[in-house]
Design a protein around this ligand. Structure first.
Ligand code: NDP
Length: 311
């Protein structure tokens, strides 16, 4: 297999990867970035980004990522298409296989592979992507002021998103497949005591409808039971909050992860337990998952990589 030696390999092209590339480029580390499945990462699936500092009028997600890419390239980042398909972090130089056809031998690695929001797997989720279907209330909630939305999920994320959306929307349906919420007590109480939130226990969303975007959801109550009921509810927005899957599988044999798969780092730093290997952005962040926090941790990872190489 073809091999190539690089000083600093960055895997992922979201805000964490590109910010790491800007800093690593300016530090003369000649970073090589492999973009992953989705050039620009999760933000390229968002329409408007209004909470990234520096854009008082907001900016389109794809446009923001394009700007970050150009900024990284300006400082010499070599940004390439390709997906990391295997890793060997057992000895230096660390080896990352790209698309099962090429091996990069890297002195330092910044893992910025992100996380992927889970979807239910309905055809309609794809049909209405960007037209009423979202997996990020903080990103898109603002567009549903005084409108009716539904959130799917019964965990802390779903409760948090439902509460957040209730501060904007006129009504929020929380669609929960079980007869109870999995979320922590405090989050459950917040949801149950919010007049704008109606919790639909034992409900599954099985489809969406609408002419120009989402206008409603097809629901099934007590699916598969003798008293199963099917009905529709009018909504303007459909939010998935059924968990995220961090893209960390290939690193798991070498790095510590939590039970979900988030890479564990030394608290307050992007350092993993393997010297010279850093994790930045959503792949190591179950808590904040914001573009700006991802960018910040990408910056930290690049500074750490530079210091590591100096040693
Ligand atoms: P969780 O895995 O905790 O919850 C996922 C929820 O989605 C569950 O209610 C689950 O239902 C439901 N779900 C999963 N798949 C489907 C499906 N196919 N159809 C319908 N419902 C489905 O994920 P979260 O993202 O909520 O939380 C992840 C972690 O992050 C947790 O540890 C959580 O505590 C933490 N967190 C903490 C916060 C805080 O403390 N402020 C905020 C956000 C997250 P079921 O219960 O039936 O499996």
């Amino acid at each position: 297999m073809e091999t190539e030696k690089v000083k600093c390999l960055i895997i992922g092209s979201g805000p964490a990867g590109y910010t790491a590339a800007i800093y690593a480029g300016r530090a003369n580390l000649a970073p090589v970035v492999y973009a992953g499945l989705q050039l620009g990462g999760q933000l390229t699936t968002t329409t408007e980004v209004e909470n990234f500092p520096g854009y008082p009028a907001g900016i389109g997600g794809p446009e923001l990522m394009e700007d970050l890419r150009k900024q990284a390239e300006r400082f010499g980042a070599d940004i390439r298409y390709g997906v990391a398909t295997a890793a060997d972090l057992s000895a230096k130089p660390y080896k990352i296989t790209i698309d099962e056809e090429k091996v990069i031998e890297a002195e330092t690695i910044i893992i910025a592979t992100g996380a992927t929001a889970k979807y239910l797997g309905l055809e309609d989720e794809k049909k209405y992507a960007g037209m009423g279907v979202s997996a990020c209330a903080t990103c898109d909630g603002f567009f549903y002021r005084k409108k009716v939305v539904a959130v799917v999920g019964g965990g802390d994320t779903a409760c948090e998103e439902a509460s957040y959306l209730a501060s904007l929307a006129s009504k929020v349906y929380l669609i929960v497949r079980k007869p109870y919420l999995r979320a922590s007590k405090v989050m459950q109480e917040r949801v149950m005591n919010n007049e704008k939130i109606e919790v639909l226990f034992e409900h599954n969303a099985v489809g969406l409808f609408g002419e120009n975007g989402v206008e409603g959801v097809h629901l099934v109550k007590r699916m598969g039971e003798a008293d199963e009921e099917r009905y529709d509810v009018a909504i303007d927005g459909f939010f998935l909050a059924i968990g995220h899957q961090p893209n960390s599988d290939i690193f798991k044999p070498y790095l510590d992860t939590d039970e979900v798969g988030y890479i564990l780092t030394e608290p307050g730093t992007p350092r993993t337990k393997v010297p010279g290997v850093f994790a930045a952005g959503d792949v190591a962040d179950p808590h904040y998952r914001q573009a700006i926090t991802a960018a910040a941790s990408g910056c930290m990872a690049a500074i750490e990589a530079e210091r590591y190489l100096q040693k």
